[in-house]
Each structure stands twice: as C-alpha cells, then as structure tokens.
Write a protein that binds this ligand. Structure first.
Ligand code: GUN
Length: 271
C-alpha cells in the first residue's frame, strides 16, 4: 500500500552491542522478519567494548537519519553502559520498542503510543483468540520494565483487551503459588526454567509464557534446548489456552515490533 502510493518501505534499524547469544538470535529474527514483510532493515553491530558516548553517538545519528522510521537498541547492554541514559536518548517518535518514558507514560494513560513489543504481542494474542479478559483475575509474575510492569498496566486498563483485576507478583511476594492458584490468566515473565508447575494453575486458566530459558540437553548437537517459565507438559492438559516455547510469545514480539515500525512510517502516533 505504501509502495503503491509511491512511498518508501518502512525501515527498522537494530543496534546490537556485544556477543550475548540470546540477543544475537533475537536481533537476527527481527532483521529476517523485516525481509519477509518487505521492510528495509539495518543492523548496526559493535563490540562490547564500545563506550557509552560511542553508543549515544549512534543513537543520535539514527534519531537524525530521515531514512530510518524506527530503531531499537537490543538489551541487555554491557555493564559499563547506562541503559536508562541510552533509552532516554532515543527520539520518542522512533522508539518502536516503546521503552522511552514518553511512550511508557502515554501507554499508562491510554494515549496513542508505541506499546512495548512483548506486551503488545500478548494483547494481540488475547484479542485474536477472542479470550475474554473483562473482570478476570490476571496474575503477572515478574515486574521488569520490558514485560511485567507494562502488561500489568495494559491488562488493567479500560480497553477491549483489559478490564482485568491484576496482581503483579515478584521476588518479594510472600506466596506466589497461592496467588497463581487464583488466576484466570497467568503471564509468566520470570526467566526461570519451568518455574510454574501444574499444582500452581487453576483448571481452565489461560497461560501466557514469556520465558525463554536455555537448559542443558546433551541429546541434541547444540547441547541445550529452549524452555519457558512454565512446565508446559504438566500444565497444558489443565488449562484452556497455553503458549508454547519456542513459537508462542516470541514471534508475536517480533510481529509487534514490525507493527510499531509501520505505525511510525505512517506517522500514526506522532504525525
Ligand atoms: N531484550 C529483551 N527483549 C527486548 C526487546 O523487546 N527489545 C529490546 N531492545 N531488547 C530486549
């Protein structure tokens, strides 16, 4: 449609710092998905030894570059770089991750904004599978800025996917299992392999597993396999819906990032 109008294809840039194996896989998937849908993409790779100023310079150039509709700086960053400083340096209109406080604040107040990709993907899944959320009790495990905190806000908002009563649990919660047993909808974003077991899940619950954890598996050439935060085999027979790992939330996250990039190219949020 954009091309038919004589406009250019949406263009996403990704900045990858260092050799974190998971980050390399995520960024590769994002770039590959751009190709599949006809978007332009640019991958900027730098060594972990890059200085904070060096990275801020790259961010500044991407902010200024009129060819780039949106960009992300893949997290985590090396210890010597302040992630908050980098996030604040990203121009909100190009912040397709939705991590800048401008976009986060707009999201929290129900204003048009780029929603963080993983929470956006979860909302899309609930919507497209027609899973009722109004009045349901959602229990979120994990309070990260990227997933737990924003999905808690989104599910509690007055919206088509929303109107939940939300409990946000974390490492200092007294009895996570007891909270989970009351949940109609579970969002697991802890980062611990098979943390949620069948005894913690109410029959017919909806289970969304955000975790991507490597566990040793000597039977495969790579020596490891990926599992979620939920003990899938034991929990699946009990619940009404459950997302697998891999192949559940992960692809939705990438899709959401592309949707945000398209929104940026069309000027839907900031004009
Ligand atoms: N690290 C883990 N998830 C994400 C994400 O969605 N965006 C970025 N930039 N880094 C991440």
């Amino acid at each position: 449609m954009l091309l038919a109008q004589g406009r250019k294809a949406p263009h996403l840039a990704a900045v990858l710092i260092g050799e974190n194996p998971a980050s390399q896989v995520y960024v590769r998937n994002k770039v590959k998905s751009c190709k599949e849908v006809g978007f332009e993409s640019t991958l900027i790779k730098r060594a972990a030894s890059i200085s904070e100023e060096g990275l801020l310079e790259i961010v500044g150039e991407l902010n200024q570059n009129p060819q780039i509709d949106g960009f992300i700086v893949q997290l985590p960053l090396p210890k010597h770089i302040d992630e908050t400083k980098v996030t604040l340096a990203i121009e909100p209109r190009k912040d397709v991750d939705g991590f800048h406080p401008m976009n986060f604040g707009r999201m929290a107040q129900g204003m048009p904004s780029y929603l963080p990709a993983t929470p956006f993907g979860i909302v899309q899944m609930l919507e497209r599978y027609n899973i009722p959320t109004a009045g349901k009790h959602a229990v979120v495990v994990g309070r990260s800025n990227i997933v737990g905190t924003p999905i808690s806000i989104l599910l509690s908002r007055k919206a088509k996917v929303g109107d939940c009563t939300v409990t946000l649990t974390h490492s200092r919660t007294k009895d996570i299992a007891a909270e989970l047993r009351r949940a109609d909808i579970i969002i697991a974003a802890i980062g611990q392999a098979n943390f949620i077991t069948a005894d913690m899940v109410k029959p017919e619950a909806v289970v969304i597993d955000v975790g991507i954890n490597r566990i040793e598996d000597v039977s495969v050439p790579k020596g490891y396999r990926l599992v979620g935060d939920v003990d899938f085999d034991a929990v699946a027979p009990k619940c009404s819906f459950i997302t697998p790992v891999p192949g559940g939330v992960g692809p939705m996250t990438v899709t959401s990032l592309l949707m945000n990039t398209l929104k940026s190219a069309k000027g839907e949020i900031y004009g």
